[in-house]
Write a protein that binds this ligand. Structure first.
Ligand SMILES: [Zn+2]
Length: 420
């Protein structure tokens, strides 16, 4: 649960971002409207090992430059005009090298932060990063403890903008592909249950965790899970999480069970289609789609009206990528595990209905098969299969880089900041 303070901060930021996005009303009738100043809604101090960092939370990136002055010892940060919406106590908190600080409009179109230093310090490299969660920009000014002589030299250098204190260009946001790993079921919904009482939700969660570990260890992807513990997450919520995070790939992990046919074995990869490839696939999708009802929630909310959100083209493109990934995955899994008689099938799965996130659902095997159940519980098997999945994901993104990513269309279509 987010704290109340965090909710308030988010609300403030939302407002600040909205304000920042609106152009300033034209003045004197004929003056053209310009962009509104960046809004500062937070100022935080943190100290560690001779360095104190002042971090401003801003509605957008601004260029900052800093210099130091002696008698009294100060660090000065010059900014373009910033609308400071900080709480009154902000500048009064003493922390490490910072005695206190003041801020405000310094000249038309220029703002300034003046930091009273508790000890001589120089300004390190000013950094700007964009916070993924909500698009806020964090401007960090590091102050490093210096001896009196070095400080005096810096103050007397006559250069109010020492090169190293100039703001770096805003760092690009993390561009690595985002993979959403969806462990099926959870909490009050156990999924399929094996003869010995093993739950699908536990088997698939263990597998999903191993897959996440494998993907993260390569460092090439950002990885998230729709659930990170034994908790119920409605199907529509899983779709929403993937779309809101702008995932580049959604992989849902399940394990089926057919008690009437304990000889049936092997993995199947499903992609979404209105019309199922066969009767069994349609029945399976129906079973999986009942997850919400099993957990005692209302029927899943209606999927987004695709026609309203994105053009048919994007949807088709997404489907193409989903099928392409399913085939790649099949190619990687077949050598290391038992596959079902028809390993790529289609059916109408609620959880695969993101119009803009390539999505597949993998049924790893059958809990009703003694062989499959043994495999599913073997750490060696798990390591080998997650390794092959990671390889398939790598191939998928390599091919996509050559073909061009539909994500570009999607990103520009959803430019609004995503709030938690
Ligand atoms: Zn399932």
């Amino acid at each position: 649960m987010p704290s109340r303070a965090r909710l308030i901060r988010s609300a403030c930021l939302c407002l600040a971002l909205a304000l920042a996005g609106a152009p300033v009303a034209a003045q004197n009738g004929d003056k053209p409207a310009g962009p509104a100043p960046a809004v500062a809604i937070g100022a935080d101090l943190a100290s560690q090992a001779g360095t104190t960092r002042l971090t401003l939370t801003l509605s957008r990136a601004v260029e900052a430059r800093g210099f130091v002055m002696e008698r009294p010892d100060r660090a000065v940060i010059d900014l373009p005009e910033v609308n400071f919406q900080l709480d009154a106590e902000s500048g009064r908190r003493r922390d490490g090298l910072v005695q206190s600080f003041r801020y405000g409009l310094f000249a038309p179109g220029r703002s300034r932060v003046v930091i009273d230093l508790a000890a001589p310090a120089t300004i390190g490299r000013i950094e700007t990063v964009t916070r993924q969660r909500d698009g806020a920009v964090l401007l960090t000014i590091p102050l490093q403890r210096a001896d009196r002589e070095a400080f005096r030299k810096a103050a007397a250098s006559g250069d109010p903008r020492p090169a190293q204190a100039r703001s770096a260009a805003p760092e690009p946001t993390d561009q690595r592909p985002l993979i959403m790993v969806d462990a099926g079921h959870g909490g009050t919904d156990p999924g399929a249950i094996a003869v010995g009482g093993v739950f699908e939700k536990d088997i698939v969660f263990g597998f999903a965790q191993a897959l996440v570990g494998k993907l993260e260890s390569g460092g090439r992807y950002r990885v998230r899970m729709t659930r990170d513990r034994d908790v119920f997450v409605p199907l529509a919520e899983r779709v929403r999480l993937a779309r809101e995070a702008r995932a580049d790939l959604f992989v849902s992990i399940h394990a089926d069970s057919i008690s009437a046919a304990p000889q049936v074995r092997g993995a199947t990869i499903y992609t979404n289609a209105e019309k199922a490839t066969d009767v069994e696939s349609a029945r399976l999708a129906e079973r999986e789609n009942r997850a919400d009802a099993a957990a005692g929630t209302d029927a899943a909310e209606a999927p987004p009206d695709i026609a309203d959100i994105l053009q048919e083209l994007t949807l088709r493109e997404t489907r193409g990528f989903s099928s392409g990934f399913a085939r790649t995955l099949m190619g990687q899994l077949a050598p290391v595990m038992e596959m079902s008689s028809k390993p790529h099938r289609e059916a109408r799965f609620m959880v695969l209905r993101s119009p803009d996130v390539p999505s597949v659902l993998v049924e790893l095997g059958y809990l009703s098969s003694k062989h499959d159940l043994e495999m599913l519980q073997s750490p060696d098997w798990r390591a080998s299969v997650t390794g092959s999945m990671a390889k398939a994901i790598e191939l998928f993104f390599t091919n996509r880089a050559t073909l061009g990513r539909p994500a570009v269309t999607r990103r520009s279509a959803a430019a609004a900041p995503v709030l938690p």
